[in-house]
Design a protein around this ligand. Structure first.
Ligand code: UFG
Length: 377
């Protein structure tokens, strides 16, 4: 029987890709999003890409971040439907902003999670997949990071993820019926191969890949490389970039594990990364190759709070979730560029193309992506 999944933050970058995978796997999905850093256009494109299964998606706009109203919205959603599990993406995710506005981050990410868990408990839904982050590791002494490394976030954003993880661990200890997967994302990049879904950050991008993309489409003149005197292969920071479609697929794998017959999962953390470290200059060069565009660089100071090298140990997810990232840097840059070319202004309106025109052209050009999608159920 098909499962019913509630996805919070389903219009966002990782959320929209995951909702699509869930629909294609035969799930019924309800998603709720406040559209603060996302667009309802993503929801209509997910519906379109899902074809017939698109009718199994419902969307609820959360109009307020105020705790009491948030709770009421969750209650209304739970009153309408019995969910088998929840995937909780909703939250704020900019590291720099979290330093400037810690209360906003503790409110959205920690209190927001508590409210959701309270409503889930009240309606007897005790299976959760939680969006955590590699930022819980801070700056580890060595790499690759295994899930049992000490957790020492270096900014309020990472701290909120660790606090939410701790709340989940305590909740499971208090009531072993709770089954919770804590997915620690490394650096999600790329876009859906159809060119219809991708990352659309508001304002100046905080992260490397969307910044590189905006330089390539000439929205910004140069990329500042934050530091070129690290002890790395070329002096620039090294990270574990993972294709967003692989990441979305990791959520399907986590759900499959939760729904296994007699699943023994309690509250477990899993790294979702590729296990490979790539430097800033390597990303720039791969993007230049994929796009045929030159990315002008300026070398700047190290960014405060940045670590030198961070990449994942992937064995736990491979062996226990039967999941492994399939795509490499080349595909990540190819799909990022495809998204950039088709949506230079993200989901916002650009030149003369109407939304219908964008959808129909893109679907014809890239029907082949359907055969690429990994579907499990
Ligand atoms: N970088 C630059 N110039 C830029 C932006 C980034 O040189 O304009 C460098 C950074 O110094 C770092 C690398 O590119 O070496 C990656 O930086 P990102 O900002 O893209 O990502 P972070 O590794 O800092 O990770 C942050 C959060 C994670 C989150 C991730 C993706 O800490 O929790 O972004 O959203 F998962």
């Amino acid at each position: 029987m098909s499962k019913s999944i509630l996805v919070t933050g389903g219009a966002g970058y990782i959320g929209s890709h995951t909702v699509l995978q869930l629909l294609l796997s035969g799930c019924h999905v309800a998603t709720v999003d406040n559209l603060d850093n996302s667009s309802e256009v993503a929801i209509s494109r997910v519906r379109h890409l899902a074809g017939d299964s698109g009718k199994h998606l419902s969307f609820h706009k959360k109009k307020s971040n105020e705790a009491r109203l948030k709770k009421i919205i969750y209650i209304k959603i739970f009153l309408n439907c019995r969910f088998d599990a929840v995937i909780h993406f909703a939250g704020s995710k900019a590291v720099g902003e979290s330093v400037a506005k810690p209360l906003l981050y503790y409110n959205n990410n920690v209190i927001g999670t508590i409210i959701l868990l309270e409503v889930m408990a009240a309606y007897g839904c005790k299976k959760l997949v939680f969006s955590s982050s590699a930022s819980v590791y801070g700056s580890p002494d060595r790499v690759p990071c295994t899930e049992d490394f000490p957790l020492a976030p270096m900014n309020p954003y990472g701290q909120t993820k660790l606090m939410a993880e701790d709340i989940c661990r305590d909740l499971h200890r208090s009531d072993p019926e709770w089954q919770i997967m804590l997915l620690r994302y490394f650096n999600p990049v790329g876009a859906h191969p159809s060119g219809l879904l991708g990352e659309d950050p508001r304002g100046i991008p905080n992260n490397l890949m969307p910044y590189v993309q905006q330089v390539a489409v000439e929205r910004r003149p140069t990329l500042t490389v934050f530091g070129n005197n690290y002890s790395t292969k070329d002096g620039t920071g090294v990270r574990d970039y993972i294709h967003v479609v692989d990441l979305a697929d990791g959520h399907n794998a986590a759900l499959n594990k939760l729904f296994e017959k007699d699943s023994k999962i309690g509250c477990e953390a899993y790294n979702l990364g590729t296990g490979k470290g790539t430097s800033v200059l390597e990303i720039v060069s791969a993007f230049e190759k994929a796009s045929g565009k030159k990315i002008p660089l300026v070398f700047g100071e190290r960014r405060p709070g940045d670590c030198e090298v961070l990449y994942a140990a992937t064995t736990k997810a491979e062996t226990q979730l039967n999941w492994k990232a399939k795509y490499g840097i080349e595909e990540m840059c190819r799909d990022q560029w495809n998204w950039a070319c088709n949506n230079p202004y993200g989901y916002g309106k650009s030149d003369s193309n109407t939304e219908d025109e964008i959808i129909s052209t893109k679907t014809k050009a890239s029907d082949s992506w359907f055969s690429d999608v990994c579907i499990t159920s």
